[in-house]
Design a protein around this ligand. Structure first.
Ligand code: FCB
Length: 441
């Protein structure tokens, strides 16, 4: 059983992202994003799917809100599509209308809207000019933020700026598994700084317009050396730099860690770090698994390897299930950043397991329930150890388009039949609902 006194201190939420749930990629004149380009490039997405219609939330937002209301969440984390809002650099009334209405529906249902401004769907026209390698993309992001804040800032007070810059840098620009699919290895690293700069601009704009709660969302992982050999320990140290510290240190401490061991320098200008580290009210942590790292002689000096003895999710050996690693990460973060760490929001946590495309009855997803239960217990353990954590968010409300894995990985509390859009809550939905109800009782 979970400690009810601690559960009561958390706000509960569920998350989605625009490109993963909306579909309607051509409706009402959106611009093109790097994900439109990526899904149309043969061989990029595992099952050849294009995210359209997917869960079709562009047409089914009311159903989504009804599901959230029945679930009893305090908040809904969704993302806004930059190319719907600014298809060609100018604001689109239709694109904004979709989010405007969603925000109103959520508020009517008593759910706090907590949008993410950027969840990976960069306008293609900006990618053509270098994308996140180009500093001016951060300035364009500031303009986009102004438009969104002007449209929704009267009703939305809590915002997430950029989702998981590490995934964009490592998988999008360094390795090319995600859009924009570039394989620049260490030459991708300027994208770190430009995304953090975009966060800094956005936070400044949102605060100036009355936002009360703003933060970046980083993906974090507890890094474990594969052995206690010096080489593996050094590899783990480097991986921790490149996955965790390179994103958290500048935001929380106003400086990058020493990147000398990686042999790279970032394009930092005077004033950038002050902007990036301006105080925020929350720090978003997406957490899925720990990462076991071994030394490698390959083009990069480390290699991610399976975590011995851990059960795994539908993603296989590199997505081990180790809830205690979340507690350890949070306690370490508290030690590393001290008072510079604002209240943590767990902005994503969840798991995929093999599930059928079509169902006639609710799926009995006990593996997901046990994953979520274990990780919420891990969050409570960190709270007990003195880490301030304000909210917990399940990824995801709905089964959706899992990026390069298409529809092969289902993360939802609610099953979605991608052929019909039909939504069928799983056992985990009922379980989460009961947990929230208990926390409120
Ligand atoms: C995270 C992403 C999210 C989803 C989950 C499974 O890295 O932020 O969109 O794909 O992984």
């Amino acid at each position: 059983p979970l400690d009810r006194a601690l559960l009561r201190r958390l706000r509960f939420s569920a998350a989605t992202a625009a490109f993963q749930i909306e579909g309607a990629r051509d409706e009402d004149g959106p611009g093109r994003s790097i994900w439109d380009d990526f899904v149309e490039t043969p061989g990029r997405v595992r099952d050849g799917s294009t995210a359209d219609p997917g869960p079709d939330s562009y047409h089914r937002a009311d159903e989504d809100v009804a599901l959230l209301a029945r679930l009893g969440v305090d908040e809904y984390r969704f993302s806004m599509s930059w190319v719907r809002v600014l298809p060609d650099g100018r604001p689109s009334p239709q694109g904004l209308a979709y989010y405007d209405r969603l925000v109103d529906r959520l508020l009517d249902a008593g759910i706090t809207p907590t949008p993410t401004l950027y969840h990976w769907d960069l306008p293609s026209r900006l990618e053509e000019a270098g994308g996140w390698l180009n500093r001016s993309t951060a300035e364009r992001f500031a303009q986009y933020t102004e438009v969104v804040a002007d449209a929704l800032g009267d009703r939305v007070r809590q915002w997430y700026t950029i989702n998981e810059p590490v995934s964009t840098t490592l998988q999008g620009y360094a390795i090319g598994e995600l859009a924009p699919g570039r394989a620049l290895l260490f030459d991708a690293l300027p994208t770190v700084h430009h995304q953090l700069l975009a966060h800094g601009y956005a936070a400044r704009i949102l605060h100036a317009r009355g936002a009360t709660s703003v933060g970046i969302v980083n993906n974090h992982t507890q890094v474990l050396p594969a052995s206690d050999s010096e080489a593996d320990q050094q590899a783990a140290y480097l991986y921790d730099l490149i996955h965790n510290r390179m994103y958290a240190d500048p935001v929380l401490l106003g400086r990058y860690p020493d990147l000398e061991p990686l042999g790279v320098a970032l394009p930092v200008r005077d004033g950038d770090l002050a902007l990036i580290s301006a105080p925020c009210e929350l720090y978003g942590v997406n957490y899925y698994n720990p990462t076991t790292v071994a030394a490698s002689a390959g083009p990069v000096p480390f290699e991610v390897v399976p975590t011995p003895g851990a059960p795994v999710t539908g993603f296989g050996p590199l997505w081990p299930i180790v809830p205690e690693a979340l507690t350890a990460f949070l306690i370490d973060a508290r030690e590393r950043y001290g008072a510079a760490l604002p209240p943590v929001v767990i902005a994503e946590n969840g798991a995929s397991f093999p599930e059928p495309d079509h169902v006639d009855a609710p799926i009995d997803d006990t593996a997901r329930i046990s994953y979520l239960h274990g990780h919420i217990a891990a969050v409570l353990a960190a709270m007990r150890a003195g880490v301030r954590i304000d909210a917990y968010t399940v990824w995801s409300l709905l089964d959706n388009f899992e990026w390069a894995d298409g529809y092969t990985q289902r993360f939802g509390l609610v099953h979605v039949d991608m052929a019909t859009g039909e939504r069928t809550p799983k056992a985990s939905y009922a379980w989460y609902r009961a947990l929230i109800e208990e926390a409120r009782s």
